[in-house]
Design a protein around this ligand. Structure first.
Ligand SMILES: Cc1cc2nc3c(=O)[nH]c(=O)nc-3n(C[C@H](O)[C@H](O)[C@H](O)COP(=O)(O)OP(=O)(O)OC[C@H]3O[C@@H](n4cnc5c(N)ncnc54)[C@H](O)[C@@H]3O)c2cc1C
Ligand code: SF4
Length: 494
């Protein structure tokens, strides 16, 4: 710790995002960076605590929610190195625990900052911005180059799915000298990094840059290849010494209410995937689902819903609303959500900021349940019908009650369903015969990642359910370590 008084001398500083009314005119990233002086001052705010909760990544209390960085990033160490201007050393330290900090440095909700010890009584250290600056500098300086393994083991591993879990797993297994082939059903690798998270949060050239690095290190990518359809589970098992299933939890929850089959009602991921693909393919004509001139209603108040708000605004929608069935989050931590847990508090995310800039109001409304859709003569949705709810056991066994007489109708000619995920969707799980857990995810113990089928492992959203990029990276790395041990009888992978 180079600056014992840093946290007393310097206030927390976060880079201002590009102004909302400017950034909605393009698809470029909205994040901006801090200059070097500010970054070094922010690094100096780290107190190098005896117990740095920021990098623990463990459940606190045991069995409770995880606190800190799931990757166990050595945060106090690289904060200090940045303070001292030792950027290359900071990058080496960062890469020891994270394969792709340029992704988490942009899209991670930063549970580390929620458990920063300084954050218990003052604004937390700006850990995520420092992480992003370290890796961006590494690329700018040319320090990040392909590093193929010095020798090969002669073992072959198939990784199914190229999201962050699959990419991290492939990177680690390749580093250990195994021959890795990543199968991906989409046209481009990256999973939700490529086709879920929109470009303004994570530019796709950054995803492709890492994929290219992995390819240069010897990882093979087989795109347009759905395992279970184009290639069978039996073929993979015959060809490879181990298989890792990183197929995500991409089955979206639907809403079985009257009018669901009207035109103009789509799953959020269909809207977001189609839009990114349209941009990557040259943006000729309209995206497959366009919000241009539409009155848009998004059902679901989470991050995917926010990405839909921001995308609809860039399309030029005429209005946008975002409904959630849950109550609005609290302004401050609740008593059952103490530090160092991730604070479940109200935030205004980038999409809502943009809606306020364009339409003058926050698009979110809480405690609304959609009961039906009605349409026009052409069969297109024209209204969303809702009732207000109160939380608490309802007469029908649901955890909420509908408020009598609270029916409302909202005009809408584009409805996007963003109501969460129901687990993996691929037929290959049945082909492999892997067991599922109660939530229909692949059953494999965290830390071991082995399924009930010998030689078949699972990691990421497919195993833990829809989660975060940082957890996918942590799981992919953990699964690689277990596979290496399975193949070689021991492992040096972290
Ligand atoms: C719209 C959206 C925005 C998000 N924003 C954030 C964010 O800002 N920050 C954050 O931390 N997290 C975010 N998340 C969550 C995060 O993206 C996921 O938790 C993470 O991508 C999961 O990684 P994964 O590798 O397990 O699965 P995925 O990223 O889902 O990748 C799975 C891959 O497997 C492929 N696949 C599936 N079946 C087969 C098969 N049979 N054969 C071949 N390939 C197959 C799929 O095509 C896909 O590419 C967001 C999610 C969504 C949907
Ligand atoms: S990956 Fe996320 S939790 Fe870990 S240091 Fe980076 S921002 Fe924090």
């Amino acid at each position: 710790m180079g600056k014992p008084t840093g946290f007393l001398q310097f206030d927390r500083e976060v880079a201002a995002d590009r102004p909302a009314d400017e950034r909605i005119r393009d698809w470029d990233e909205f994040h901006a960076g801090l200059d070097e002086t500010s970054l070094r001052q922010q690094g100096a705010r780290c107190m190098d605590c005896g117990t740095p909760f920021c990098h623990l990544g463990q459940a606190l209390p045991p069995g409770g929610p995880a606190a800190g960085c799931p990757l166990g990033n050595y945060i106090p160490e690289w904060n200090d190195l940045v303070y001292r201007g030792l950027w290359r050393e900071a990058l080496e330290r960062l890469h020891q625990t994270s394969n792709f900090p340029e992704f988490t440095g942009r899209v991670c909700p930063a549970p580390c900052e929620g458990s920063c010890v300084l954050g218990a009584q003052a604004p937390a250290v700006t850990i995520k911005s420092i992480e992003c600056a370290i890796v961006d500098r590494g690329f700018a300086e040319g320090w990040i180059v392909p590093e193929p393994p010095p020798r090969r083991t002669g073992r072959n591993v198939a990784v199914v799915g190229s999201g962050p879990a699959g990419l991290a797993c492939a990177a680690q297994l390749n580093r250990a000298g195994h021959r890795v082939t990543v199968y991906e059903r989409a046209d481009r690798p990256g999973g939700l990094l490529m086709y879920g998270i929109p470009s303004m949060k994570l530019e796709k050239r950054l995803v492709q840059r890492r994929v290219d690095l992995l390819a240069a290190e010897g990882v093979r990518f087989a795109t347009h290849t759905e395992v279970g359809v184009q290639v069978t589970a039996d073929q993979l098992r015959a060809q490879y010494d181990a298989v890792v299933l990183c197929v995500g939890a991409t089955r979206p929850r639907d809403l079985a209410v009257p009018g669901r089959d009207l035109a103009g009602i789509h799953q959020a991921i269909e809207f977001l995937h189609g839009n990114t693909r349209h941009l990557l393919d040259g943006a000729v004509g309209s995206p497959p689902v366009s919000a241009h001139g539409r009155q848009v209603v998004i059902l679901g108040g989470g991050d995917t819903g926010t990405d839909c708000v921001a995308t609809a605004i860039r399309h030029g929608c005429s209005s946008v609303a975002q409904f959630d069935i849950i109550p609005a989050p609290l302004a401050q931590r609740a008593a059952d959500n103490p530090w160092p847990q991730w604070p479940r508090v109200a935030r205004t995310d980038y999409g809502q900021e943009e809606a306020i800039a364009v339409f003058g109001a926050d698009p979110r409304q809480y405690l609304l349940s959609t009961v039906r859709f009605s349409g026009d003569a052409a069969g297109r949705v024209s209204q969303v019908h809702t009732v207000r709810v109160e939380w608490g056991p309802g007469p029908d066994g649901r955890p909420f009650r509908e408020v009598p007489g609270s029916e409302q109708a909202f005009s809408a000619d584009l409805v996007l369903l963003s109501m969460g995920w129901l687990g993996p969707e691929s037929p290959l799980l049945e082909q492999f015969g892997v067991a599922r857990d109660r939530r229909s995810n692949v059953e494999a113990e965290f830390g071991r990642f082995a399924t009930n089928v010998p030689g078949v492992f699972a990691a990421g959203d497919a195993r833990r359910g829809a989660s975060l990029v940082v957890w996918a990276l942590a799981e992919g790395r953990g699964a690689a370590r277990e596979v290496d041990h399975y193949l070689m009888g021991n492992t040096d992978l972290p």
